[in-house]
Design a binder for this molecule. Sequence first.
Ligand SMILES: Cc1cc2nc3c(=O)[nH]c(=O)nc-3n(C[C@H](O)[C@H](O)[C@H](O)COP(=O)(O)OP(=O)(O)OC[C@H]3O[C@@H](n4cnc5c(N)ncnc54)[C@H](O)[C@@H]3O)c2cc1C
Length: 454
Amino acid sequence: VSSVRTFHEDVRSALGGRHVVTDQDLTASHCIDWTRRWHGSTPAVLRPGSTDEVAEVVSAARRHHVALVPQGGNTGLVGGATPLAGEVVVDLRRLDRLDPVDAAARQVTVGAGVPLATVHAHVAPASLAFAVDLGAREQATVGGMVATNAGGIHVVRNGPMRVQLVGVEAVLGTGQVLVANMAGLEKDNTGYDLPALLCGSEGTLGIITAARLRLVARPEMVAAALVGFDSVDDAVWAASTLRGEPAVVAIELMTADGLAVVADFLQQSVPLLPVPAAVLLVEAAGRGDVTAALGDAVAALPGALDAAVSDDAAGRERLWRWREGHHEAAAALGVVHKADVTLPTGALARFVMAAPALVERVAPGSTTLVYGHAGDGNVHVNVVGPKPDDDSVVDAVLAAVLERGGSVSAEHGIGVAKRAWLVRQRGEVAVTAMRGIKSALDPDNICNPGVLLP
Ligand SMILES: Cc1cc2nc3c(=O)[nH]c(=O)nc-3n(C[C@H](O)[C@H](O)[C@H](O)COP(=O)(O)OP(=O)(O)OC[C@H]3O[C@@H](n4cnc5c(N)ncnc54)[C@H](O)[C@@H]3O)c2cc1C
């Protein structure tokens, strides 16, 4: 206790008392995650406003042996930003630097605390776009997205966060400030790729303070379509075909069962009636008439039954609501158990069809929604029914994924939720290598000690 008190004194003098928050009414929202599955407690939430202040916090934590949990928008879905063992929370949202867009390099440097939607808005006037997009865009921060190597709806065309990350600035667990390729060189073949290493490290190696991001051309036209199919098999086959269409930037899969839950939540009818067994949401973007290109691509798909197409912003948003509503519709039913998995392309359709029956065997009477980024082989199995601390359903789903050669985490990361699965997924040699990296960069184990490594 005395050591924590001394730590508090140190951080108060570094950050100013206003940014060391100890009032439990104010810290409470930092101690529970978006899914409400993970609850913790914290003696303080620290709000550093600069890289130097983050470095002071980490150095004080080393001196006083205090564990830190970095937190951005707190939208992560695997418990990685929740202080489950009474850690001190470091809220990074005051790191809100927004440098001018470097149009010549097609890059921008932003602070770790900047929300994704702000990045989108910031680069748009330069006719550029940031390639990553996801449902939690208003809250999720660049730091959190780098730390989790976030994926989202455009991975099928542009890849995940790691592909967009040119450079990174971070305070390592040693307290040292690492500046890795923040000049934005497109080619720099001088040893280990440290931005890539920090991307996906889930706050276990240090605290990301800024990122240099790659940008893409802002599309002049965007069109979206909901396309119905008689079977999941047909929809998954169509998703593979659509990946070959250069204008297609998103391919999302939904099933009739999930759409029924969303329809109840939205109090609306599904735009395709009768509701097909499987539906793809396809988005095309680019120059010229992408609506026609999308229409032609959809019309050529074997098994496509019916389609609702829109090329204006409000209409597209209405179509996307059916896909993005899955998260909220499930959350409105209760605590959601989430398995975010990837399957090899050839195993995806069977897995999607088998998942509800698998869940029913383990937790009879549950509600199961299976949906996701079909273009990447990534589906989310969301289950409502089992008690919050009952892992049996997720364990059964993850075991089935491993048997089929998939991954137990496609894009949300390991967090605390999937730590027990890391060795089975990656093998002893890889996990030992990860431990070696962790002890080199965070020798006192103060950075998110309860996360990622078993
Ligand atoms: C509605 C909804 C839709 C979503 N859709 C997607 C999706 O399509 N694809 C996808 O990949 N994810 C998705 N997510 C999950 C989530 O938005 C991402 O994981 C996002 O990257 C988390 O960002 P955050 O700022 O909220 O991070 P947090 O939740 O605050 O933290 C996540 C992890 O990163 C660490 N961390 C946070 N900031 C830093 C930092 N500056 N330095 C070091 N470590 C840090 C935390 O300790 C934690 O381990 C969704 C979530 C919701 C609620």
